[in-house]
Design a protein around this ligand. Structure first.
Ligand code: GDP
Length: 455
């Protein structure tokens, strides 16, 4: 591992009450003594771990700012190394000046994620726990933050250890029996082995179970609003976003383009596109919008199809209903504040999720949100249950599951125990890649390259 002393501004790049410059490595405290003068005259190198001192930071002779320096002694720090954190005023200019003084005194600028990478390499956290750090930072809501914190505290790792223990136990027993047949090692009962492997399988399956809902929580769900002109798509979009963005008029076809918008509804983020209606038109500009809308329907994650309760269904509506009947969708019957003439039974015969709203006055919006939570799996998402949190972790778990299934299958069809052992070892390899115990340098590097500088 690179043993230079690294430094970075760990707070956000913008003005704030406090800015923190973090320094980590063998020379963190001697660098601290070059730039910091405490009002009590004590040197950083003489301070105890977990103590702070008030004083001033200098770049050479130039006084830069009034600060608090906090000392964390190895191994009792975030990185496991000596760490000094300088809390100065949170101005963008000042934080950069303090960082420059630190670098002038011998530190090097930290790479993205380098503090956390060092924490991982020093055994302070495993790879899944390190990935959770980024998820905590980027959490947009309570459930997401709670789920990320559970992973940071080792929720995933605990399950991985369980699976690993089971698999290693199976492999050890198999190899002991195969290698020392003359010893008094009881023959492996294939039913016991199969039971153990099925237990391991169940744990991995549970880890994968909530993955999609977790991703919805993290990345939001791509949602499109479709329907013929004038049914109230823009009004609904505005109701959801809370302000007027689309152009709402009485002239059919006013919404000509796909408008992208992010809306946070409770725990769910909808990446919304308000699309044009789907009718064919002679208007070239409008037709471009219609074509885009069609494309969006094919690729979108969730479809909110809007119908006008005050109007009979026409061919365009029927086509839309047929298109969405097999896709994740909600049929929204709008304008229920007025007399309804629409054929609700027909809509219900084609689409499972039907909701009645008035986009104009907000009636039914809560029901719409509940239905969306149900469709996206969010309604049952429990943030305290261990759930894989990244595509990398999911890939490893899927590989592990395949290998476990292979082992179970090999047992069932009576293949040699060697064949079973090979599959079990493959499963162990994949499962330990999740925690990083068996992850190569390239994987580790790619994980930390996604971090921000200063973390
Ligand atoms: P779009 O073409 O589908 O985007 O439709 P708009 O959102 O532009 O709405 C078309 C017209 O329907 C506007 O005059 C809206 O004020 C009206 N409208 C939309 N939602 C409702 C509703 O819930 N009730 C009533 N009464 N009118 C609505």
């Amino acid at each position: 591992m690179n043993n230079s002393t690294i430094a970075a501004i760990s707070t956000a790049n913008g003005p704030g009450g406090i800015g923190v410059i973090r320094i980590s490595g063998d020379n963190a405290f001697t660098i601290g003594d070059k730039i910091f003068k405490g009002v009590n005259g004590k040197k950083i190198t003489d301070m105890q771990g977990y103590t702070a001192a008030y004083g001033f930071v200098y770049d050479g002779d130039e006084k830069l700012d009034e600060v608090v320096a906090t000392v964390f002694k190895a191994p009792h720090s975030y990185t496991g190394e000596n760490v000094l954190e300088i809390s100065c005023h949170g101005g963008m200019y000042i934080t950069k000046q303090v960082l420059r003084a630190v670098i002038n005194s011998g530190a090097v600028a930290a790479q993205a994620g380098e503090f956390t990478q060092r924490a991982f390499l020093n055994g302070k956290m495993d790879l899944s726990e390190a990935e959770a750090v980024m998820d905590i930072i980027s959490a947009k809501g309570k459930t997401q933050a709670r789920a990320a914190l559970a992973c940071r505290e080792g929720k995933i790792s605990k399950e991985i250890f369980k699976v690993n223990d089971i698999l290693v136990g199976c492999a050890a027993h198999l190899s002991a029996w195969a290698d020392y047949p003359e010893e008094d090692i009881p023959e492996v009962e294939s039913s016991t082995l199969s039971k153990d492997l099925n237990n391991a399988k169940e744990i991995v399956e549970n880890l994968l179970k909530n993955y999609d809902a977790g991703m919805v929580l993290k990345n939001g769900v791509d949602t499109i609003i479709v329907g013929k002109p004038n049914v109230g798509k823009s009004t609904l979009m505005n109701q959801l976003t809370g302000y007027e963005k689309s152009i709402v008029t009485d002239i059919p076809g006013t919404t000509r383009d796909v408008i992208e918008e992010t809306v946070v509804l409770g725990d769910i983020t909808l990446n919304l596109s308000d699309t044009a209606g789907l009718r064919d038109t002679d208007n070239v500009v409008e037709q471009i919008g219609v074509d885009r809308a069609r494309k969006k329907i094919e690729t979108g994650g969730l479809i909110l199809a809007v119908f006008d309760a005050t109007d009979e269904l026409n061919d365009e509506d029927v086509n839309l209903l047929k298109t969405i009947s097999s896709l994740p969708s909600v049929a929204i019957i709008n304008k229920t504040d007025q007399t309804s003439v629409i054929n609700v039974e027909f809509i219900k015969s084609l689409v499972k999720n039907v909701v009645f709203i008035s986009a104009k006055n907000g009636d039914g919006i809560n029901e719409l949100i509940s239905i969306i939570e149900k469709i996206t799996g969010m309604a049952n998402f429990d943030p305290s249950v261990a759930t894989l949190a990244t595509e990398r972790q999911r890939d490893c778990a899927v590989k592990a599951l395949d290998a476990i299934n292979e082992a179970i299958n090999a047992l069932e069809i009576g293949m040699t125990l060697d064949a079973v052992t090979v599959s079990i070892e493959d499963a162990v390899q994949s499962i330990l890649e999740i925690t990083g115990e068996r992850a190569g340098e390239v994987i580790v590097h790619s994980v930390f390259s996604k971090f921000c500088v200063g973390k």
